[in-house]
Design a protein around this ligand. Structure first.
Ligand SMILES: Cc1cc2nc3c(=O)[nH]c(=O)nc-3n(C[C@H](O)[C@H](O)[C@H](O)COP(=O)(O)OP(=O)(O)OC[C@H]3O[C@@H](n4cnc5c(N)ncnc54)[C@H](O)[C@@H]3O)c2cc1C
Length: 385
């Protein structure tokens, strides 16, 4: 077991003088990466002889099992891919890793809905169609990265220079800030939540450049160390956070969804990309197993679905609940003057809230993918799903 470390320090920051009320301690603490650094490592290991990448292609739709099978290779009917530039391609297996607005998911679910409807399963058809488009969570996130140096000029020794912080406060707002890239940059994300609008349609672009003033206005009268973070910001985006409703299946015949296309979730456990990587690793293991042949591809995909879907949907649900907790949606938790906010009962409620956050997150350090991987391989070898 890794040594216990502080993953996040939680602080109430919406007062003239904030107060730290909890340290979330986990085995190993938190390890942070700047996404491009991580992607660069993956790219470095991509074989140039066995992999071909086409970075300017956008899939529009696919047609399953059209045309005639090539008898010399296998009895599989090819899957036809149609791209936005008018070009086409065929494949035996299609893995949609195309994010929250996945074209693969849209095609798969529309096909499933048509089939269900033709068999008289209207509710199943409606359920499939409900998963086609992502839904707005009711949350917006202001995001940016700025140099650590700028923050230390604003407020020398600022705790975010060395400690991952979560600042919480009134109006269901929350800020997460932590050092990345070996401490040279600060990742900043501030949430403004309207939970009552969850699962509605978001009007307008999902990502927008906004001014720092908008943020200052939304987070009015927060403590000086939070203001120092705001003052360090140069460019800022506002993201409308979208998710995918829990799907009944991540696979259909020889098509599979992985990552955000299958389970885009709220980022309040910081694990969406991690879940995508775990999907890919487990699926690759099943596809690379000696019992998997072109004829048994759909069986391998069913095992992937049986093992990964319940797990990733649990993570999706607990990420949502942690989002609610970090934005102080907790029964009986209301705030008043700074003095009232130090009331023993309120502090106890904040502790209870943190215990819930930790409980939701426990899977992260109490489970490993290895056990599921072993189970999946056994299922594949035994022919069970
Ligand atoms: C505000 C915020 C903070 C987050 N913080 C964290 C965090 O701290 N840790 C973490 O693990 N996760 C975090 N996540 C989640 C993480 O970003 C996603 O879970 C992760 O990027 C999903 O990876 P993916 O490959 O499935 O999808 P994406 O990263 O969305 O990649 C999809 C790719 O498919 C391409 N594509 C899309 N449509 C098509 C098409 N039609 N044809 C061809 N290509 C297409 C896109 O261009 C893109 O390159 C956060 C998310 C948000 C919104």
């Amino acid at each position: 077991m890794a040594t216990s470390k502080v993953a996040f320090t939680l602080r109430k920051g919406d007062e003239p003088i904030g107060h730290t009320f909890h340290q979330l301690i986990t085995p190993g603490g938190m390890i942070t990466f700047h996404r491009p650094d991580f992607q660069a490592v993956l790219l470095l290991h991509l074989s140039s002889t066995s992999c071909r990448t086409h970075t300017a292609k956008r899939l529009k739709t696919y047609l399953y099992g059209q045309g005639s099978a090539s008898k010399s290779e296998s009895s599989l009917l090819p899957i036809h891919l149609h791209f936005q530039d008018g070009t086409t391609a065929t494949c035996d297996l299609l893995i949609g890793a195309d994010g929250v607005r996945s074209a693969v998911r849209a095609t798969m679910l529309r096909d499933l809905a048509t089939k269900a409807q033709s068999e008289g399963h209207t509710q199943e058809a409606q359920e499939a169609l409900a998963g086609v488009d992502p839904v707005w969570s009711g949350l917006s996130m202001y995001r940016t990265i700025f140099p650590s140096q700028t923050l230390s000029q604003q407020l020398p020794g600022h705790r975010v220079l060395h400690d991952p912080m979560i600042y919480v406060g009134r109006n269901t707002q929350q800020i997460t800030a932590y050092p990345i890239s070996r401490g040279t940059g600060i990742n900043f994300a501030a949430t403004r939540s309207h939970w009552e609008q969850e699962n509605t349609l978001f009007e307008g672009p999902w990502v927008q450049d906004v001014s720092r003033d908008e943020l200052l206005h939304a987070f009015d009268r927060w403590e000086p160390e939070v203001v120092a973070l705001f003052q360090s910001i140069e460019g800022l985006n506002r993201w409308a956070m979208h998710t995918v409703r829990p799907l009944r299946s991540y696979v259909s015949e020889r098509v599979a969804l992985i990552g955000d296309s299958a389970h885009a979730m709220l980022p309040y456990q910081g694990v969406g990309a991690g879940q995508a990587i775990e999907d890919a690793f487990l699926l690759a293991t099943l596809l690379g197993h000696s019992v998997t042949t072109p004829a048994t591809l759909s069986r391998a995909l069913k095992v992937y679905d049986a093992v990964r879907r319940p797990f990733s949907q649990h993570v999706l649900e607990t990420s949502r609940e942690n989002g609610q907790l970090f934005t102080l949606n907790y029964p009986g938790l209301t705030f008043g003057t700074p003095q009232e906010n130090r009331d023993a009962k309120k502090l106890q409620k904040l502790q209870d809230l943190c215990n819930r956050v930790r409980k939701n997150w426990e899977w992260c350090w109490l489970t490993t993918l290895d056990a599921d991987l072993e189970r999946a391989v056994k299922m594949l070898e035994n022919g069970s799903q």
